[in-house]
Design a protein around this ligand. Structure first.
Ligand code: AMP
Length: 288
């Protein structure tokens, strides 16, 4: 029988010493859930994520939400394409079980007072040019993870810094999810597929593959033994500068975990760039 004396603080023992992992395991549900967060206007890149989730999971959830918190005041939040009916068909065709397409009010019922800031990883590259962007991304992704509570969540390598930010957030905040990165899906001419590619007019679309060509040139220089970051950048910049429609935003070589610019290449590295063609901003990256 339970005796009061056993509760004395000096004798109190936890039932069992458990680790975070044990807690997770005890709460594990039978069904493996995969989440694919998107902003809609789905294309072959998104399809690759959904198909990967379908392979790994019993229940596949796709979220479609154009998140106002991750757009700057002069960015394309209002003109961002929202072809919901078509998106639903694409989700169904690729085997999604559930599409979560909430309203802004559902995701932000109150003026938001709580935010997720993944410092350092958000500092350079896109983070330097889109203040508040990754805070918006990390905050909405944590909300989605809390709503769906997936075992795995899928993100594209095309948005390399976003993937690094989400990975670090999940690690730092001990979010019970495995973050899976999926390789970039490209058009035949190398252009990374993006919902924003539809903003390009025919001349701009023709110029756009220069971004991937420039990054590939950098990768080729590394393969042939070049380790000097300045020389590797030079080759890529020469190709970008050769295309008059391109305005360069950044071109950086960074470490793949914390996204810090490197001065020399001695281990794993990625080269990433953002350019403007007309009013359209394009990003891409490749492994070095
Ligand atoms: P978005 O709808 O642009 O927010 O993208 C939703 C997810 O799809 C993100 O994880 C992106 O990185 C990923 N994604 C977008 N384009 C591609 C692509 N071309 N290849 C692979 N993943 C992509």
């Amino acid at each position: 029988m339970y005796e009061r004396s056993e509760c004395k603080p000096d004798r109190a023992q936890p039932v069992k010493e458990v680790t975070v992992k044990d807690v997770r395991k005890a709460l594990d549900t039978a069904k493996k859930i995969g989440l694919v967060p998107t902003m809609g206007a789905l294309h072959a890149g998104h399809e690759a994520l959904i198909q990967r989730a379908r392979k790994d999971s019993e229940v596949v959830v796709v979220s479609i939400f154009v998140n106002p918190l991750q757009f700057g005041p002069n960015e394309d939040y209002t003109r961002y394409p929202r072809p919901l009916q078509r998106d639903l068909e694409i989700c169904e065709r690729n085997g999604a079980d559930l599409v979560f397409a909430p309203s802004v009010e559902e995701m932000y019922p109150l003026p938001e007072l709580t935010f997720v800031d993944v410092t350092r990883v958000s500092e350079h590259l896109c983070g330097a040019f889109r203040p508040g962007h990754f805070r918006g991304v990390a905050t909405v992704v944590l909300k989605l993870l809390n709503i769906v509570q997936p075992d795995r969540a899928y993100f594209g390598e095309k948005d390399m810094q976003q993937l690094a930010v989400i990975r670090r957030m999940a690690q730092d905040l001990i979010v019970p999810v495995e973050i899976i990165g999926v390789p970039t899906v490209r058009e035949a001419d190398g252009l990374a597929i993006s919902s924003r590619n539809q903003y390009l007019n025919p001349a701009e679309r023709k110029a756009a593959p220069v971004l991937h060509r420039a990054l590939q040139e950098a990768a080729a220089r590394i393969r042939s033994g070049e380790r000097d970051v300045a020389k590797v950048r030079e080759g890529a910049l020469a190709i970008l500068n050769g295309e008059p429609l391109v305005r360069l935003e950044y071109l950086e070589i960074v470490d793949p975990i914390e996204m810090q610019p490197l001065s020399a290449i001695s281990g794993p590295a990625r080269i990433a760039a953002a350019i403007w063609i007309g009013n359209t901003r394009l990003i891409d990256n490749v492994e070095l």
